[in-house]
Design a protein around this ligand. Structure first.
Ligand code: NAD
Length: 484
């Protein structure tokens, strides 16, 4: 069995906090024992990150950092199979997903933010002065300092490097708190950091839980200059409260209850292919996934039937097998939560079109499996339609008019993402800008250009990351005014 320690100041350091086990979601077997970080360990990590700002890292040019970022991307690719194995054992996700999305995108984030920092200039303004001599203003970008990075478990390496890469590109140092469910790839990345010669203390990892544990120690630590977080909305509120002490910047990528809208003129093949992914990919554990589907009445029956069929085509099994298309949920606890909504849907009188239960999976009896599920027949006030479930399930509601569907789509405390399916160009533009979300896909889903602003409206988050928007968060802009 693997033992996982913290990574502090360039070294693997056994934690003095809670020891805990991590289980393989496909079998419930214990795969690693983690020594969590105590408050003192978090202190040591933050101090190491602070000290590193004063060392060679703080003096490096952008060009030098760009070279290092590219080496990090190469370093992950060079150990691709180890990252892949670690990610699958932590999450149980199928190799087809982890090898095409998690690990390659986890590596690519370093190249993307290397490109971004290498090509981004700053503003300059010439101004006139009463004596006629004039003045020149220009802006310098200063790193914010020590960044606390708190991550979820659904796309562990990818979502962590989405924050670590721009933070390092901008010259900051980081202390990462991965999810207690997925400690491995963040730890492995420490080895890559050492291999490419990143100075000690620039990248630190502390393990443990959230409230009353490592996450709270980190977010409350006065030595952390800014906090970036991806996870649940209620956790985001706790992190924002912590950030208020010391008036520290915070970036929050939070939960969602994403609608998708299908008009009767949609290309049905393309739509069903997209919906099949947006409702069920990664066992529904994608923040951008569709849990509320609205379909124009004349194509309602067809969409419901074909989506139900898609749900039934998923194949459970060994996550390391190329033929497995659906993995288990992350934990027994999460499955209980998802199942409670499956039961609620039945109690509320839903018609179960597909799924709704726990499947039997040969040789993997103890895994946290769940069937992809499609319901109809609930009213919009049902908790199944209002609350984030974070499982492979969606409810389908019919609609008649654009006004009606816009009202239903926007009637949510969340505002992360949506997709609109139509071949009517005017309608696509008209509808997409009226939905209160951070990202609206038209005739696609999860098509990501990483230069675009990513984030949520309403209770789905604060701030935008991606491209230049990440540089806005991970640097502070300072104006220099030179009298000529
Ligand atoms: P979570 O909020 O339970 O945990 C996320 C991280 O926060 C973990 O590392 C956890 O240990 C830590 N944490 C928990 N309580 C804390 C506290 N009080 N103080 C400090 N740290 C604390 O979320 P999760 O279950 O890991 O992830 C699923 C959630 O993440 C879903 O709501 C999903 O929508 C959301 N998510 C959002 C995005 C996005 O980009 N908007 C992306 C992925 C996931």
């Amino acid at each position: 069995m693997k033992t996982i320690a913290n990574f502090i100041d360039g070294r693997s350091v056994a934690g003095h906090g809670e020891k805990f086990e991590n289980r393989y979601p496909a079998t419930d077997e214990v795969v690693s024992v983690i020594s969590g970080a105590s408050r003192e360990d978090v202190d040591a990590a933050v101090n190491a990150a602070r000290a590193a700002l004063q060392g060679p890292w703080g003096k490096m040019s952008v060009a030098e950092r760009v070279v290092i970022l590219r080496k990090l991307a190469d370093g992950i690719q060079a150990r691709f199979d180890e990252f892949l194995d670690a990610e699958i054992r932590d999450t149980g996700k199928p190799v087809s997903i982890a090898s095409h999305i998690d690990i390659p995108r986890g590596a690519a984030n370093f190249n993307i933010f290397a490109d971004q920092i290498a090509t981004t200039g700053t503003e300059a303004f010439e101004m006139s002065t009463p004596d006629g001599a004039g003045a020149l203003n220009y802006v310098v970008r200063a790193p914010r300092g020590v960044i606390g990075v708190i991550c979820p478990w659904n796309l562990p390496l990818l979502l962590m490097t989405w924050k670590v890469a721009p933070a390092l590109a901008c010259g900051n140092t980081v202390v990462v708190k991965p999810s207690e469910e997925t400690p491995s790839t963040a730890t492995l990345l420490g080895e890559v950091m050492n291999a490419v010669g990143i100075p000690n203390g620039v990248y630190n990892v502390v393990h443990g839980f959230g409230a009353g544990s490592t996450g709270e120690f980190l977010s409350n630590h006065p030595g952390v200059d800014a906090l970036t977080f991806t996870g649940e909305t209620t956790t985001g509120e706790a992190i924002m409260t912590a950030a208020a002490r010391g008036v520290r910047p915070v970036s929050l990528e939070l939960g969602g209850k994403n609608p998708a809208i299908v008009f009767d003129d949609a290309d049905m093949e393309q739509t069903l292919e997209g919906l099949g992914r947006s409702c069920f990919a990664n066992t529904g554990q994608v923040c951008l996934g569709t849990e509320r589907l609205y379909v124009q009445r004349s194509v309602f029956d067809e969409v419901v039937e074909r989506l139900g069929q898609k749900a039934k085509e998923y194949r459970f099994g060994d996550p390391f097998s190329a033929s497995t298309t659906m993995g288990p949920l992350i934990s027994a606890k999460h499955r209980s939560k998802v199942l409670s909504y499956y039961n609620q849907a039945r109690e509320d009188g839903a018609t179960v079109i597909a799924g709704g239960d726990v499947p039997a999976v040969a040789d993997h009896d103890n895994g946290y499996w769940i069937e992809p599920t499609v319901w109809t027949g609930l009213t919009e006030d049902s908790s199944v339609i209002r609350e984030e479930i974070f499982g492979p399930c969606t409810h389908v509601t019919p609609f008649d008019s654009e006004e009606e569907v816009l009202a239903m789509a926007n009637d949510s405390p969340y505002g992360l993402a949506t997709s609109v399916w139509t071949t009517n160009l005017s309608r696509a533009h008209r509808v997409s800008r009226q939905i209160d979300v951070g990202i609206c896909w038209v005739n696609s889903w999860f098509l990501r250009d990483l230069r675009t602003p990513f984030g949520g409206s309403k209770r789905s988050g604060i701030g935008r990351e991606g491209g230049i928007h990440s540089l806005e968060f991970y640097t502070e802009q300072r104006n220099v005014c030179v009298k000529l």
